[in-house]
Design a protein around this ligand. Structure first.
Ligand SMILES: *Cc1c(COP(=O)(O)O)cnc(C)c1O
Length: 356
């Protein structure tokens, strides 16, 4: 199915009209036109507001994974100690990435249907292991769980851990991502989730501390972060930036700020509640162990027993509705309703009534 009539897919989400229209313009060269730099600054200023940070924000051409690789490869080197806090697929992914670089990795793995449940365990590990970096995922998209970062942020400061790295790809723009309050050094965002632009851009916030490590390590590559320190000032990007991508990201971030971030946050919470209530009515069991773990951007639930995932998916597709399946340990068992960005409107959720 090339086009979904009604998308509840947890990314890429459907692109709204005003953002789609921007793609119809024939932009000039982002390498030479000063208007591009102006737009880049306006875009990163908006993204700083979504991240609640005064740190620099960098925009790259490529989806979320590019930002993750950029942050990890630029700020870590062989034998660095990394503590990975995992409640699922993306959380664990950080361990694999850090291992690729030859880091010494310790992982605390909580069950897939849980959030960070045991802060004493985390604190003990931080105290004993003294990592250079702690990694965490804000919204674990495959399991529909939003992890609270308050305690992790406090522990990072209390134990003087150099770097806290957070994946907020499927939460930024829809929840309060408090980069500065939670002492987050590197925070990742993507374009195709809450911002509802095509899967073509990603962004990350970078603290002074993170820049310092990136400068020391001086990692070079297509995904290297360090060229982006000076690029917005000099206009010398390491490769031609995609003007369309930045223009779409700017429009999407502007739409959120025009509506008011708090209003957008409330809209996502309402859609999450409506979805959970709908599941309760139909007797479908929520996947997160506790309702309060559920992310305002995506609801994960068990595939109803009378169907296989394929049958369930086909049944909904026949009605013009596309929801998300799953992968890894959750394949075939857990499905997802993505209510983020353009899909987080009550009248959209109502379309699911009577169908599940
Ligand atoms: C979508 C997503 C990513 C990035 O994946 P892409 O395929 O590059 O979009 C990373 N982390 C989380 C939590 C995500 O939901």
């Amino acid at each position: 199915m090339e086009i979904y009539r009604d998308s509840f897919f947890p990314g890429p989400t459907s692109v709204p009209e005003d953002v789609l229209k921007i793609g119809l313009k024939n932009f000039g060269s982002a390498d030479i036109e000063p208007e591009f730099l102006e737009l880049y600054y306006k875009c990163t200023d908006n993204l700083k507001l979504l991240f609640n940070t005064n740190n620099d924000v960098v925009v790259m051409s490529g989806e979320g994974m590019l930002a993750l690789w950029s942050g990890i490869k630029s700020c870590l080197t062989k034998d660095d100690k990394v503590l990975v806090l995992s409640t699922g697929y993306f959380g664990s992914g950080f361990a694999d990435m850090a291992k690729c670089i030859g880091c010494k990795v310790e992982k605390i793995e909580f069950p897939l249907d849980c959030s960070f449940e045991d802060y004493d365990l985390i604190e003990d590990k931080i105290r004993q292991f003294k990592p250079k970096m702690i990694t965490a995922v804000h919204c674990e998209t495959p399991s529909g769980i939003l992890n609270d970062l308050t305690v992790i942020g406090k522990l990072k400061a209390q134990y003087n851990i150099p770097l806290l790295c957070v994946d907020a790809v499927s939460s930024v723009g829809a929840t309060n991502v408090d980069v500065d309050k939670h002492n987050i050094d590197i925070c990742f965002g993507g374009s195709q989730k809450v911002l509802s632009t095509p899967p073509n851009a990603c962004f990350l916030s970078v603290s002074n501390n993170a820049w310092k490590y990136a400068q020391d390590i001086n990692y070079q590559g297509y995904d290297a972060l360090i060229p982006f320190k000076q690029a917005p000032k000099t206009g010398n990007f390491p490769y031609t930036p995609s003007w369309i991508n930045v223009a779409q990201l700017y429009q999407a971030s502007k739409d959120i700020l025009d509506e008011g971030l708090e209003n957008v946050v409330a809209r996502h919470k309402l859609c999450s509640k409506m979805t959970i209530d709908l599941l309760k009515k139909t007797g479908i069991k929520l996947f997160p162990k506790k309702e309060e773990y559920s992310s305002p951007t995506v609801t994960a639930a068990y595939v109803p027993e009378k169907y296989s995932w394929q049958e369930f998916d086909n049944m909904l597709r026949k009605q013009g509705i596309c929801i998300g399946g799953n992968f890894w340990g959750l394949a075939g068992k857990v499905f997802r309703i993505g209510h983020m960005g353009s899909q987080a409107y009550p009248n959209n959720i109502e379309k699911l009534c009577g169908l599940l």
